[in-house]
Ligand binder design. Sequence first.
Ligand code: ADP
Ligand code: ADP
Length: 207
Amino acid sequence: MRGSIVLFGPPGAGKGTQAEIIVEMTGKPQISTGDMLRSAVSQGSALGLEAKEYMESGQLVPDQVIIGLIQDRLEDPDASNGVLFDGFPRTIHQAEALSEIAEVSAVIAIEVPDEEIVNRIVGRRMDPETGEIYHVSFKPPPPELISRLVQRKDDNEDTVRMRLAAYHDQTKPLGDWYSNMGILSTIDGTGSIEEVSKSVAKAVRSL
Ligand code: ADP
Ligand code: ADP
């Protein structure tokens, strides 16, 4: 498939976790706007300074900032045969802008209810050296790595409620938008990581 794939779902649904198998199966590079923004924040760039407060308060970063970031990234040579978008687009405006610069061939939506999202988010830990995502209960890290793992500043219960509100208000309507275009596959994200991976792999094979 030449076009791009969008991985869609609420915060903590398992997009980053499941991106791995899609990258393996399709060879398309993963583009995570969240990872790009966090790297800008840690470098202290102008973009990072602009994005930081929105991210820490659980609000979406303004569309024009995100669209500029994606436009630049899509000019890299590895993006020429389509990419895997993780966490983008998050508003109808972003999706409209994307439709003018790239072809979206498929959208894979991972569905998880809000209460489960909160459990997943507060237990999430990341290995800053490898980028691997763990969970204190659902994907326990190897003991020797525990001391170097980090928790995201926005992965606390109060901020996740704000992020969920932003998701329901601004992002969820996009699911219907893509469904009307006939390119949405919906996946039950509530099983174990392995079970969800099997459903994701099946959806990718049927594209
Ligand atoms: P997203 O990229 O959608 O924000 P992540 O992939 O980072 O989500 O997953 C959020 C947290 O939930 C991580 O700690 C991850 O290990 C955990 N997780 C992911 N998928 C599952 C699953 N199917 N069951 C239980 N925990 C999961
Ligand atoms: P998660 O999927 O766990 O919510 P992300 O890493 O995708 O986390 O996003 C973290 C934060 O970065 C979001 O809460 C938001 O502030 C910002 N962000 C990431 N992607 C976008 C986007 N496409 N549009 C607007 N804000 C974004």
